[in-house]
Design a protein around this ligand. Structure first.
Ligand code: SAM
Ligand code: SF4
Length: 266
């Protein structure tokens, strides 16, 4: 499937929940968030049904995200349902890693190929501050569990304020070299102000080659992270939502005043 700027849309990012067990300062307000009602959240059958239609339209790459995807009850069963769809070449997950120790083996067995784990510091105290009380040892154990389970390659998403030369980022980079992990630096973004840039070491943020569609956990298909445009897959039907998203994907991102990182999934 191509959009009107001849970009091939082959990558679908699926947010499976707006819930999270951490509260990263750049992602969620301290006081918590207004959560979607249970009935608003897409069922596994709806997510799988939509993914099938997306794959029929040329999507080959799927990433599961959130919120924290591993807090969605039964997420392994969803991975299995998605991994059975013929035509998916790359099935990955972005996670904060805190629950990977518990789930890595069953995720691999269910057909997940690989994970990206978010880690902005290797200092336990700074991690506590950034995540508002997270325990970094859970993430370290999660990364090891992912490696042992064969979720290869394990990549690290490191959010930086200005540059990868910041001390925290350099320490994360050394940790990655020592532990045979790939690192990508994501500049801290502001959806409302329209501040975004290219992901260093990854493929995101370059509008001219953007191949992405995003599905939120309440069923909105978003052709661009930095735009308010979205199509409700329940109201429109899967095929029509995909066609509209491809037809109306903006040439370049601007601002997003309606969505947030924790409900779109980054
Ligand atoms: N909870 C999972 C995690 O943290 O990996 C998945 C969802 S999280 C929203 C996806 C990615 O978005 C993470 O790598 C996170 O660091 C990043 N992110 C969140 N808020 C951001 C912001 N304001 N600017 C840049 N990246 C952000
Ligand atoms: Fe949760 Fe991920 Fe947002 Fe942190 S970045 S609050 S782990 S969804």
């Amino acid at each position: 499937m191509f959009d009107r700027f001849d970009r091939k849309l082959n990558y679908l990012r699926i947010s499976v929940t707006d819930r999270c067990n951490l509260r990263c300062t750049y992602c969620m307000p301290e006081e918590g968030i207004k959560l979607f009602r249970h009935e608003e959240i897409l069922t596994f059958d709806e997510i799988t049904g939509f993914t099938k239609v997306a794959v029929t339209n040329g999507v080959t790459k799927i990433r599961i995200t959130g919120g924290e995807p591993l807090v969605r009850k039964g997420v392994t069963a969803l991975i299995r349902m998605i991994s059975e769809i013929k035509g998916i070449e790359d099935l990955s997950m972005t996670t904060n890693g805190t629950l990977l120790k518990q789930y890595a083996q069953e995720l691999r067995a269910a057909g997940l190929h690989r994970v990206n784990v978010s880690l902005d510091t290797i200092d336990p105290e700074k991690f506590k501050v950034i995540t508002r009380n997270g325990n970094i040892n859970d993430v370290f154990e999660g990364i090891n569990a992912a490696k042992e389970a064969g979720l290869f390659p394990v990549k690290i998403n490191c959010v930086v304020k200005d540059s990868k030369e910041e001390e925290e980022a350099k320490a994360v980079a050394r940790f990655c070299i020592d532990n045979n992990l790939e690192i990508r630096y994501i500049h801290q973004m502001d959806l409302v102000r329209g501040h975004f840039s290219i992901v260093d070491g990854g493929t995101g943020g370059d509008c001219s080659s953007c191949n992405r569609l995003r599905l939120t956990s309440n069923g909105k298909l978003k052709p661009c992270l930095f735009s308010n445009i979205e199509f409700d897959i329940r109201e429109l039907g899967f095929e029509k939502a995909i066609n509209l998203a491809a037809e109306l994907k903006p040439e370049c991102g601007s601002k997003n005043e309606t969505g947030t990182f924790y409900n779109i999934g980054g």
